[in-house]
Design a protein around this ligand. Structure first.
Ligand SMILES: Cc1cc2nc3c(=O)[nH]c(=O)nc-3n(C[C@H](O)[C@H](O)[C@H](O)COP(=O)(O)O)c2cc1C
Length: 346
């Protein structure tokens, strides 16, 4: 994996950190489809790493690499401590969450509200650097509306101008960030749910493109609302990398095509049948504490948009009266053969 170190610093495509989604089972499944995309953990707070069940939180399978650990927190010392602990697991990258609008996170001056404190983020990166020599990246928004959340002492709580984004990157960049991953919409910290914050604030890709033009020496990755291979291709004309979240989860078979964006990479010529055969192996070797449903729920979109989609979803969600491995083996007989054996095309 070390030979990929430069592309880990600047992956053409990555799969976004998503709580309740990008756990190790999803990552195993995603890795069947893309060998090159950088994968992320779910967001894990520094406090959880320091005080929680570390093996449960941090263990992963080597095949998931390259894999980035996303940490959330607001206290540089605590984040430093968490990063030091995580060194024992040898992740390929440490990513700091400065983009999450959840109350759980931003109400505690974590996540997106940190965009109002660029000096603090700069110091967090510095402290992180003291504890690891892995690439350190920052995932953030193009801005925030901090009304109702940021203290009254703030001259402005609406930090939504391109100049605000530039100021953030200028300041945080003083501590040498390996990559800025920019979700191209602002986060509205009060009044919108996290889900609404991924849909309501308008997308402003141009701000991210401009950031790359203004800072050609920085690694800039774009995120937000990117759904298709064609869209990824277009964005790569403007920025260094593309991060996809919901599309990777909802339409995972598209992931078989993303390796072609990497140097020397090509489409992963895998069929859905082969994916299911691999899943059968994975489920057969699963430890008995893990419910098969916790693996299969992540594969819901495997047949998205093609014949067999409903049958697959029913199969993996209905209560099972037989061993799940037998059910999957039977599914290879009943799902439409032409879809099971279709391979990704150019
Ligand atoms: C269910 C869900 C959970 C998410 N959890 C996280 C998270 O843990 N950390 C983070 O930085 N972003 C999180 N996000 C935001 C995504 O990483 C991404 O920035 C966002 O979905 C926009 O990209 P997309 O339009 O490609 O999905 C989450 C998104 C979803 C849908």
């Amino acid at each position: 994996m070390k030979k990929y170190i430069s592309e880990i610093k600047s992956p053409k495509v990555s799969i976004a950190p998503m709580v309740d989604r990008t756990d190790r089972h999803f990552r195993y499944f995603a890795r069947l489809l893309t060998k090159r995309a950088l994968l992320y953990t779910e967001m894990i707070t520094a406090q959880a790493i320091i005080h929680g069940d570390r093996n449960m939180l941090l263990d992963f399978d080597i095949v998931e690499r390259p894999l980035a650990l996303q940490i959330a927190g607001c206290d540089a010392k605590n984040i430093g401590k968490a990063v030091k602990i995580a060194e024992g697991w040898d992740y390929d990258e440490i990513n700091l969450n400065v983009g999450c609008p959840s109350d759980r996170v931003s109400g505690n001056d974590m996540g997106a509200s940190l965009m109002a404190y660029p000096e603090l983020v700069r110091d967090i990166v510095k402290e992180t650097r003291r504890n690891t020599d892995k690439p350190i990246t920052v995932k953030h928004r193009i801005g925030i509306d901090g009304k109702g959340i940021l203290p009254d002492s703030f001259e402005r709580t609406l930090l939504d101008k391109y100049e605000d984004l530039k100021n953030f990157v200028d300041t945080v960049g003083q501590s040498k960030v390996d990559r800025f991953i920019v979700h191209a919409r602002i986060a509205i910290l009060a009044g919108l749910s996290p889900k609404e914050n991924r849909e309501v604030p308008p997308i402003r890709y141009e701000d991210v493109y401009k950031l790359k033009r203004d800072y050609p020496h920085l690694n800039i990755e774009i995120n937000g609302g990117i759904k298709t291979i064609k869209e990824i291709e277009n964005h790569l004309n403007h920025v260094d990398g593309v991060m996809i979240g919901r599309a990777a989860y909802d339409t995972p078979f598209m992931l078989a095509k993303v390796d072609k964006f990497f140097e020397g990479g090509k489409i992963n010529n895998i069929s859905r049948r082969e994916v299911i055969e691999e899943l059968i192996q994975y489920l057969s070797n699963l430890n008995t504490n893990t419910k098969p449903h916790n693996v299969l729920k992540h594969t819901m979109g495997l047949f998205h948009g093609v014949k067999g989609s409903k049958m697959w979803r029913q199969l993996i969600t209905s209560p099972w009266d037989k061993d799940v491995v037998d059910i999957l083996k039977e599914s290879l007989e009943t799902l439409p053969k032409e879809i099971l054996d279709a391979r990704p095309m150019f």
